[in-house]
Design a binder for this molecule. Sequence first.
Ligand SMILES: Cc1ncc(COP(=O)(O)O)c(C=O)c1O
Length: 433
Amino acid sequence: MSTTMSRAGLWRERDAELIAPVYSRYSDLVVESAEGSTLMTVDGRRVLDFGCGIGVTNLGHRHPAVVAAVHQQVDTLWHTSVTAMHPQMIDAAAALVGVAPEGLDQVFFNNSGAEATETAIKLARRATGRQDIIAFIGGFHGRTYGAMSLTASKAKYRGYNGPFLPGVHHVRYPYCLRYCSHGPGERCAIAEGEDIELLFKTRALPDTIAAVIVEPVQGEGGFVVPPPSFLPALRRICDEHGILLIVDEVQSGMGRTGRMFGVQHFGVTPDIMCVAKALANGLPIGGVVAKHSVMAHWHPGEHGTTFGGNAVACAALIAVIETMQRDRIPERAARLGKRAMERARSWQQRVPGLAEVRGLGLMIGLEFLRDGRSDAELVSRIVHRALERDLLLLTSGPDDNVIRIMPPLTISEEELDRGLDIIEQSIMEAAAA
Ligand SMILES: Cc1ncc(COP(=O)(O)O)c(C=O)c1O
């Protein structure tokens, strides 16, 4: 080890020695503390965080209400698992049901988004007695085997891990910039279920399908907002054929899109909803919320978990939901998101490569194309330049040619504008280079 190396350099060297090389990191920052919208690194940098630990710290780092709830709980009770009940788990379920779409009224808690997906698959199979699942190209549902089998946002996530869960049918998501030739606001055949009807005619009978799983706004797939007709069409198809509708709100949930859950923009009630990420603002907890009538198919012991519903994570979850309601955080995300979208759209006149600015609330994607093809190289230059100016940005999409704007929903207007200034400068410089 070199004696002249920076503190960050030393950590990077130890990381390379000790940590599995499989983590695909968005930056080489070494962060030692964080507050609100700012990450503080071991070598004294203060970096504006527009990634939120991949959509987790929606209330900003170390939100005081969540910190207080966690402190109090740490001194009271941590864990019982299924050896006993505890009030925090029941109160957390009540809080979650209180903000979930109408009719979703029972909760199973686990620890992550992938586990929520696994839970949803098992529940849908049990409740319908059917096996197959319809999922979407561009969808991301996690890294465990069932979840990975549903995932189709990047081939490397599936990689050399096969064979996968059988009976998964992938159809196109209405990612209109990629697949469609209709004009804005015109009828979209994919959104209206054309690919699913074709699946039923050519490859899979509807009564073999247990569930359709969908992200109301695709996250890893490129921050893709579907046309308004899409979720209602899925609901209609599911109702026609006795199929359950699962919405994966792991990334789009918890105020991010300007509503508590993304599906609430579309006037549709799912049968099962997966949640995780921002649920406890950084403590690991996930789960599914489902209709009583669906959950009732399960009997004790048919599914379970050791850590799920951990008392400390549940206390954090309760504080997150109380804070979001009290401070009207989803409404704030809608307002700030509108401001950010308007500003980003104004860049399109000057940067022809900025093909689309799309989003809901503070889940905003900037997609870059060159001669009609994904321009990941330009995006990489933009992200680099932004980081040099102390703004952390994430990318997404199958080609990584989409910049995600995903700051804390509590970000101040001044910080949001500073971040947008940096993005604008970085785009203009990188596009001119
Ligand atoms: C929509 C969606 N579902 C599921 C997951 C998996 O969550 P986790 O990484 O907590 O397993 C993610 C993670 O990015 C996600 O975005």
